[in-house]
Design a protein around this ligand. Structure first.
Ligand SMILES: [Zn+2]
Ligand SMILES: [Zn+2]
Length: 439
């Protein structure tokens, strides 16, 4: 089996791995989004020439964003994914095309070709070639780890999360077996250990309540898909149990549309949420606490004395969150609560670094509102990444992708310790871009 790493090698973004055994597969095909412009997987015509199939792990654009471009390059085969992944990918691609029409390396017609060529696959079923299987990755709705059985047994984790969230079960850890493991290393660094979900939730709720107590509004910028829905459910459940003051929760941008996709694909949610939808009157998706701004200028949001706003993008690199930040910036009673990783040269990063004025579209905006961070993550932390590998039987090779170089190298060190301690013979690699391995 031959593996070529065409993206997400010592970086986060443009995930794409070419696997050549008896069949030829691509695992994911994403883009790397940057402030301006974007970067694509380093695909050569030879990778596409006799490509049998593409397996898509989940909807996030760093894994899916380049799929239509494959059809622009002449690919005519299938893309295998779960149903929620298809629905959410469709949503994200449409939104991205609307916001960045000048950036697209393909046309709407190619997006249609991609959607017409989706092969839906449930967890733990074989694809039409009997070479690919999915197992639940616990990252966002419909996310999958991909098992390839083709000369060797390969497991690709995509993005995965071991611990359960409010909406999803954690990754499926049952009977893990693989000769070759390709895993994410996003939080593989030595410092990347996370407190329990419960502690993080109560920290977030406490911080929100403090702002409401002084009559302020809270802006929570999030990813449109995944964390956005988790944050809504967290706030709603604390309000319902009386541990957080009941105030309007405004959702904006794709957070709302994606919520509908979550509801339509309720089968993929965890049992306790399914039960609430199916058996009781209190469908958590239809909470009266969730509101939408009713006018374009969002006056109704700003007129409320107290409110919470959940809107993309999570790093304030665009999207409706940026407009809210501008409007709330001048009042020290307000707060912006950042919930995730803030990449370099984003507005979110500037806030974290303590900048007290922003240059936006030629305007200087003084920032008086409070800035706070509570890291909620849909990825496994370092300890979970190590535990996962301890549980995979039969390993000979581990490849770490989807992480900053330093974190991947620190994870490699940790995994080599695991191999030594468990007296197991597997080798750990941190591939470079375009590097090819024979295993
Ligand atoms: Zn993801
Ligand atoms: Zn990712």
């Amino acid at each position: 089996m031959q593996l070529s790493f065409l993206g997400a090698a010592r970086e986060v973004g443009r995930s794409c791995i070419h696997v050549q055994g008896a069949h030829s597969f691509l695992l994911d095909c994403g883009v790397k989004l940057k402030g301006e412009g974007e970067e694509y997987p380093l695909l050569e015509p030879s990778h596409l020439r006799r490509l049998d199939k593409v397996a898509l792990s989940h909807a996030h654009l760093d894994h899916s964003g380049f799929l239509p471009a494959l059809y622009a390059k002449g690919y005519k085969g299938k893309v295998v994914c779960t149903k929620p992944t298809r629905d959410l990918t469709q949503l994200l691609l449409a939104d991205y095309a609307r916001l960045n029409p000048e950036l697209l390396p393909y046309s709407q017609q190619h997006t249609q070709h991609f959607l017409q060529n989706v092969e839906l696959l449930e967890y733990n079923e074989w694809d039409s070639l009997k070479a690919l299987q999915f197992r639940d990755a616990g990252h966002i709705l419909g996310s999958a780890m991909v098992e390839v059985s083709d000369q060797r047994k390969l497991l690709y984790t995509g993005d995965f999360c071991l611990r359960p969230s409010r909406l999803l079960e954690g990754a499926d850890m049952g009977n893990l077996q693989a000769d070759v493991l390709i895993m994410e290393g996003t939080y593989g660094g030595k410092q990347d250990t996370r407190r329990s979900s419960k502690e993080l939730a109560s920290k977030l709720v406490h911080s929100v309540q403090k702002t409401l107590d002084r009559g302020g509004k809270v802006l929570i910028p999030t990813f449109a898909i995944g964390r956005g829905q988790e944050v809504l459910f967290l706030l709603e459940s604390y309000m319902r149990s009386g541990h957080l003051e009941k105030v309007p929760i405004f959702m904006d941008g794709m957070v709302k549309t994606a919520l509908r996709v979550y509801r339509h694909n309720a089968l993929y949610l965890k049992d306790e949420v399914k039960r609430r939808i199916l058996t009781s009157e209190d469908d958590p998706f239809k909470s009266p606490l969730y509101l939408l701004p009713s006018t374009k200028d969002k006056r109704d949001v700003f007129e409320k004395e107290k409110a919470i706003i959940v809107a993309p993008s999570g790093m304030l690199s665009g999207g409706p969150a940026l407009g809210y930040l501008k409007a709330l910036a001048g009042d020290r009673k307000n707060k912006v609560l950042l919930t995730g990783y803030q990449a370099e040269s984003t507005v979110g990063r500037q806030l974290v670094e303590g900048k007290r004025a922003l240059e936006l579209e030629g305007e200087t905006i003084p920032l008086k509102l409070e800035v706070e961070e509570v890291h909620l993550s849909a990825h496994s932390d370092r300890l979970e990444l190590l535990e996962f590998v301890r549980r995979v039987q039969g390993l000979q090779h581990v490849f770490i992708v989807h992480g900053e170089e330093s974190k991947c190298l620190e994870l490699k060190e940790g995994l080599e310790n695991v191999a030594r301690k468990q007296k197991r013979p597997f080798e750990v690699h941190v591939p470079k871009l375009e590097e090819t391995f024979k295993v």
